[in-house]
Write a protein that binds this ligand. Structure first.
Ligand code: DOR
Ligand code: ZN
Length: 404
């Protein structure tokens, strides 16, 4: 039993929460329990992370990525399949889920890759996976990738899109070249044209939209979409600060684009980090990707205290909508019957982000020096699994694997 101020049905409520077997059993003013100081929000869901592992353990592992998620108040991640080797078959999928069972600090879910090579048998692969696990989506599907094995052409895509939720990286190959800074080589049109073509084909989940026109086009359809913190907060003007580290796909955009997206935060369906860790040496060579799973909730809680976004919108984009859109029925809200997954924020505890205090293996962040409010405590299925202090926090040892 807990008592405190928490987010309930779109508003703050001071009351008690009764928890049984990891789920919320009851909510009410008369319920008494351990008093929690700070604001209790539903723990976040990040539907777009790249936790690497396998042959890219030097960049990130499921263990380090999920520890980073936990410290960022995220209780559930959806990992992307562009690993080495690729997760384009059920065998590799099962192997990875077994690793996650042993190593992940938060609840872990995994997408399946769709490529020109496996598109013919994708139906059977989905069937075999679905017997054992809940498959959130196929993708991040790439129309273009430096590793051609990962690509899918529009034609193959159109055959698959009715089968399952397809999570799409929409940048049209004919507009895409490589270079640093990549915003000079991957114009807005790459995204806008790909989105326009794809919504003619079917409904998709569009990953990391970064342009006003793409958001406006997708809004009119039954497709869903996400926007990343970096496309809401950083622009091409950050090239001066980030230098060779500036590359991310889709690229950073002009300030006017970014300002429109942030101003229209209420229209965005899902906030997702596209946590894509690479080491400094790799970033220096122009490899695209930003880490972000640990800083997403903390930066946006800070923005909520400043009135730049509001708490209701934030909770909707970071917890309620990802759960609804991706079908995670037990997550996303502080509500009777759902898992008791909470992130507790002390709104007075604002501090500057320092890469050295984060938990990703990549040891850098595009948000160095940004003010953020990290969660003071995290509860997963009713269990207090993280207690944080100014130095970065302590994970309270518990049997994580038993919860999965
Ligand atoms: O910048 C990116 N990095 N964008 C992507 O779509 C993939 C990602 C990665 O896996 O590094
Ligand atoms: Zn991605």
């Amino acid at each position: 039993m807990l008592e405190g101020k928490f987010f309930y049905k779109g508003e703050f409520l001071e009351a008690g929460i009764e928890i049984e077997d990891g789920r919320i059993k009851n909510i009410g003013k008369l319920i008494k329990g351990k008093k929690i100081r700070g604001l209790i929000l539903p723990a976040g869901i990040d539907v777009h992370v790249h936790f690497r592992d396998f042959e890219e353990k030097h960049k990130e592992t499921i263990e380090t990525g999920s520890l980073s998620a936990l410290h960022g108040g995220v209780c559930l991640v959806v990992d992307q399949p562009n690993t080495k080797p690729l997760i384009d078959n059920d065998k590799t999928y099962f192997f990875r889920m077994e690793i996650a069972k042993k190593k992940s600090y938060v609840d872990y879910s995994l997408n399946l890759a769709l490529t020109n090579k496996n598109s013919g048998e994708i139906k059977e692969i989905i069937k075999r996976i679905s017997k054992k696990y809940y498959l959130p989506a196929i993708g991040e599907v790439f129309l273009e990738h430096s590793n051609e094995e990962l690509e899918i052409g529009y034609e193959n895509l159109s055959k698959i899109s009715l089968l399952w939720r397809v999570s799409l990286h929409a940048e049209d190959p004919s507009f895409v070249k490589n270079g640093v800074p990549n915003f000079l080589y991957r114009p807005k049109e790459a995204e806008i044209i790909a989105v326009r073509r794809c919504i003619e084909i079917s409904d998709f989940h569009f990953c990391h939209l970064s342009t006003v026109e793409a958001v406006k086009a997708v809004e009119k359809t039954d497709s869903s979409f996400e926007v990343t913190p970096h496309h809401l907060l950083l622009s091409i003007e950050d090239f001066e600060r980030l230098k060779n580290f500036v590359n991310v796909n889709p690229p950073l955009r002009e300030r006017s684009e970014v300002e429109w997206l942030l101003k229209n935060f209420s229209k965005i369906q899902i906030l997702a980090s596209d946590h894509a860790p690479h080491l400094s040496e790799e970033k220096n060579l122009g490899i695209p990707g930003f880490p972000g799973v640990e800083t997403m909730y903390p930066i946006f809680v800070k923005l909520a205290t400043l009135g730049i976004v509001n708490f209701r919108d934030l909770v909707e984009k970071i917890a309620v909508n990802p759960a609804k859109i991706f079908g995670f029925r037990d997550y996303g809200e502080i509500e009777i019957g759902k898992f008791a997954n909470f992130a507790v924020f002390d709104l007075k505890d604002s501090r500057k982000i320092k890469a050295e205090e984060l938990h990703s293996k990549c040891f850098w962040t595009p948000y160095e020096g940004f003010e953020a409010i990290f969660p003071k405590k995290v509860f997963l299925r009713g269990e207090e699994v993280l207690e944080s202090n100014v130095r970065g926090g302590k994970v309270i040892l518990s049997d994580f694997s038993s919860r999965l």
